[in-house]
Design a protein around this ligand. Structure first.
Ligand SMILES: CC(C)(COP(=O)(O)OP(=O)(O)OC[C@H]1O[C@@H](n2cnc3c(N)ncnc32)[C@H](O)[C@@H]1OP(=O)(O)O)[C@@H](O)C(=O)NCCC(=O)NCCS
Length: 226
């Protein structure tokens, strides 16, 4: 399911850049690829329309939501994400549904030996929410982290009020480790976050994607290499 760009994956950051999927879920066909400069227009339109749905779960930042998500903000963000990908500290994936940009799965804070650890964060366009998109996308990304990237542990922190995100992690079999008090400044205040994690040895053969397929939540889509 993982196709690293031939000859471009660096020894310092194995598994990046990469394309993952496709995987069929209820909403359609999900795939992941590195974020692109030309994602800016769609990114801005979704993020501005979805302020009320996204803001309760996202870190507090200076400036208004509309200013921070104007189309002109994307090039600088994209450059930062691309640089982090090249440095080996992040895997900034765009999520596509039927080839259309619909959100992000971000692997961040990648720490190599001896921890071999990272966090995963995600969001999706509200118009496709509830269709299994992010569950499928996170499964593909975590499987990639435990294989090509060579990580040992992937962590996710979630506000206990975020029922949809908790459900994503539950479907994927993430293990709850505890509660981080006043962990992150989200939506204007320091909020408690539940910490979930998975280590590579906890996943069964076939990985998280295989788990979703076995549960009837996803189907692998076979493509012929170009
Ligand atoms: C969390 C989020 C990424 C999930 O994406 P998604 O593509 O809708 O996720 P999925 O469809 O794969 O799974 C969501 C599950 O939560 C369930 N769900 C959604 N809203 C819910 C609610 N209010 N209460 C309980 N369950 C809920 C869905 O029914 C689905 O479960 P099911 O497959 O058993 O029916 C999306 O809701 C989102 O972008 N939210 C805003 C940003 C955010 O919270 N990011 C994560 C921060 S930790």
């Amino acid at each position: 399911m993982a196709h690293a760009y031939p000859g471009r994956s660096s020894a310092r950051h194995p598994g990046w850049p990469a394309r993952l999927g496709p995987l069929r879920v209820r909403a359609g066909v999900v795939a992941l690829r590195p974020v692109r400069l030309r994602d800016g227009g769609v990114w801005s339109a979704i993020r501005i329309r979805d302020e009320q749905y996204l803001a309760p779960w996202e870190p507090t930042m200076p400036g208004s939501w509309a200013e921070r998500h104007a189309p002109g903000e994307w090039p600088a963000r994209w450059l930062q994400l691309r640089a982090a990908g090249r440095r080996g500290t992040a895997l900034p994936f765009a999520v596509t549904l039927d080839d259309r940009f619909v959100g992000h799965v971000m692997v961040g804070n990648v720490v190599r030996e001896p921890l071999l650890s990272a966090y995963v964060g995600y969001w999706v366009d509200s118009s496709v929410a509830g269709g299994g998109v992010i569950t499928g996308a996170v499964a593909l990304v975590v499987d990639h982290c435990f294989t090509r990237v060579g990580l040992h542990r992937v962590e996710a922190t979630v506000r206990p009020e975020n029922a949809a995100s908790l459900r994503v992690l539950e479907k994927l079999g993430f293990r709850e480790e505890g509660l981080f008090r006043r962990y992150l400044d989200v939506d204007g205040d320091w909020r408690d976050h539940a910490c979930f994690a998975l280590t590579a040895d906890e996943t069964r053969p076939g990985g998280l994607t295989g788990r979703l397929v076995a549960a009837g939540r996803a189907e692998r889509v076979h493509t012929t290499p170009a």
